[in-house]
Design a protein around this ligand. Sequence first.
Ligand SMILES: [Cu+2]
Length: 423
Amino acid sequence: MKIFGCIVGLALLSVQVSCLKSPPGAETLTACTNIAVRKEVRSLTSAEWSAYTEAAKAAYNDKWIDWFGYLHDRIAMPIHGNSMFLVYHRALTRDYEKILRGYNPSVSVPYWNSMVDYQKPDTSAVLSNTGVGGNGQGDGGCVNTGFASTWEYSYPSKHCLRRKYNNGTGISSWYSPEFVTHILQSSVKYSDICAGLENSVHGVVHLSLAGEMDTMYSPEDPAFWIHHANIDRLFSQWQAVNPDERTYLIDGVAPDGSVMTLNTPLVGGTSKPAYTVMRLGYGDMCYTYDTIEKATAGDDASLLKRDVQKCIPRPNPATEAIKQLPVHVLEKFYPSFANGTVNPLENEMTSLTPLHPIGYDGTFVPRSPNEELRGKMPVPAKLTAEWKNMQNACEEEVKELEDRACAMVEALNKANYLSPYLF
Ligand SMILES: [Cu+2]
């Protein structure tokens, strides 16, 4: 009888058995005794942020950043445009985190929730002097702000840290929390969430920051790691919505064109099979995310703080707004909101306090059609031909996703939905 990984619980008169489907080999992965919690980069204390940047600087001085740029470049083809993408980048980000923890064991890689910056990414505090720095300057396009402003790399040849925003001094719109919520709720298979994230948030942030970020040695930009921690967070949340089914769910195409399985070896200097990185908190994957902790601790993510005057929980205006969309829009884009089964983990409308909260008393007032104060949701930037080529992306898959993003924005604007993340 196989009881490993099963949680046996009594529910009323019936016995409910919830069983994680773990593959052969996974039983050798031991539970971590210490689990690091990755937090949003803006929610770190200044001491936590400076510990992180000091560890990153030490890794830079020891040429680790050059190494990661070289490694990622050398294996660029097998790790993008197929089902290796999420699992490989999870392993890579964890390897980087372990290097940093060698300098300071208290450090974790923070994640950058770039979705909340989607309307005007260049104004994000993350891209400022107190964060990872901003746009490159002058002919060389060297970044002269942020903690890596003096960094120089030797791979592929001697150069500074470069960025070149895709709109000159600005950056075109990114993917919104609304769209990522859609991806989280509508992805059924591993290959859905893998391609959905790779070709939306992942690609657009990379190519619009440009400089190092639209090359295959992009790990040389410190933005790479906090961006990939965010992609991994979304993958982890999607898994955690239904751990029994999704922890070890994998499908799609492997780098060699065969079917991706849990035993497909991760590429890039390791022959470890994919199953070794599927379950957070086990084996080498000794970390989690603050959003997962909050959701599983029973914090009702649909509620923000208490209303101080009335002493009652205050509904999250972001979630309230989206729930009031017409039923046909909900059914098309937000199946879990439509059928009332939403799990906080598949609702990105709650992971960070909206920049511009509305309806604090809990009543949501839709924007009137002629209200000029707030803009309509912008359509996210599209992947460029060069990017798709470099990433080995499936043209039809990308087009389907971008059309869906466009249709979602149109439907929400038509319903006079007011995104709390718009200026
Ligand atoms: Cu990559």
